[in-house]
Write a protein that binds this ligand. Structure first.
Ligand SMILES: C[S@@+](CC[C@H](N)C(=O)[O-])C[C@H]1O[C@@H](n2cnc3c(N)ncnc32)[C@H](O)[C@@H]1O
Length: 277
């Protein structure tokens, strides 16, 4: 891309960021933001209502995944605490929360805003390469050993994280999830799953996301920035879960991302259980 073509989007991005910084300061000076609302400039976790999405997932964790207040929980790819914040009202010691992410400012905000109020909530930065979220990352996700002990957690979730990771990395993360999850316990992961129905809906023009660029075993919206949004083959994800020893519990809860009707969720949600014993 020539300098003149690249200049306009760069300038636009800087103007948007400048506006967010000004509004963040205005929020602080006017007392418009409470401790649990991250600054606008850190809202990199996608659209929708930040607190409503957090509340919906908390209910899902409790009602469907059987989360208990004294459970030990891992939020891999915790972003800027969208799910950690509602969990602070539910988990209490000996219950504990661990979150990690590749975006350093998100982890810094969570560590400063959440941990001092709720010391059983801890956050770690993992300097992993992700072309969209951490292009300066020095480690690869496919080789990353989660910094936790075997069988440390009662519940693990990754919301809107595998939709930004490539298949080899997802495969490795599922194995790591299985390693640090206790037997008989659940994990929740979300996806844009490629199957007959989602492909048909995309071909008909009904999909809100136009996954048309092919990578090795996945589709993306943008070939220059594949991790901006990644759709995975459903068969690959099911095989990968099974290889890790994670059995899909009940059925997959499919989302509306591809134009599917009659569902309240946007991404496809998979609840899986590690075999007991
Ligand atoms: C759309 S955001 C979702 C954040 C959070 N899970 C939520 O629901 O609010 C995607 C997140 O995935 C994180 N991410 C991308 N690659 C990752 C990796 N290899 N390991 C952990 N997190 C990753 C990004 O940094 C970003 O915070």
């Amino acid at each position: 891309m020539s300098a003149s073509k690249g200049g306009v989007p760069v300038l636009k991005a800087r103007l948007v960021r400048g506006k967010e910084v000004v509004l963040d300061w205005a929020d602080i000076l006017l007392g418009r933001r409470d401790w649990s609302t991250p600054p606008r400039r850190l809202m990199f976790v996608g659209g929708g209502d930040f607190s409503k999405i957090g509340e919906r997932y908390l209910n899902f964790f409790v009602d469907v995944c059987g989360l208990k207040p004294d459970d030990s929980v891992l939020d891999a790819g915790c972003g800027v605490g969208r799910l950690a914040i509602p969990l602070t009202r539910y988990l209490s010691p000996p219950g504990a929360y661990r979150g990690f992410d590749v975006v350093k400012p998100g982890i810094e905000w969570c560590s400063q805003a959440i941990t001092p109020r709720f010391p059983h909530f801890q956050f770690e930065w993992a300097n992993l390469y992700n072309k969209t979220y951490n292009p300066q990352g020095t480690m690869t996700a496919a080789d990353f050993r989660f910094p936790y002990e075997d069988q440390q957690f009662d519940f693990i979730f990754l919301t809107s994280v595998f939709t930004h990771m490539l298949p080899g990395d997802v495969d490795h993360y599922l194995a790591e999830i299985a390693r640090v999850l206790r037997p008989g316990k659940f994990c929740l992961t979300t996806y844009f799953l490629l199957n007959e129905e989602s492909r048909r809906l995309m071909a008909s023009g009904a999909s809100r996301l136009d996954f048309k660029y092919g990578g090795r075993g996945y589709l993306t919206l943008d070939p220059t920035l594949p991790e901006s949004a990644v759709a995975h083959e459903e068969a690959f994800i099911l095989a990968s879960l099974s290889k890790a020893g994670l059995a899909v519990d009940t059925s997959i809860r499919y989302g509306s991302w591809c134009g599917r009707k009659g569902t309240i969720r946007f991404q496809d949600e998979v609840v899986a259980k590690k075999a007991a014993g």
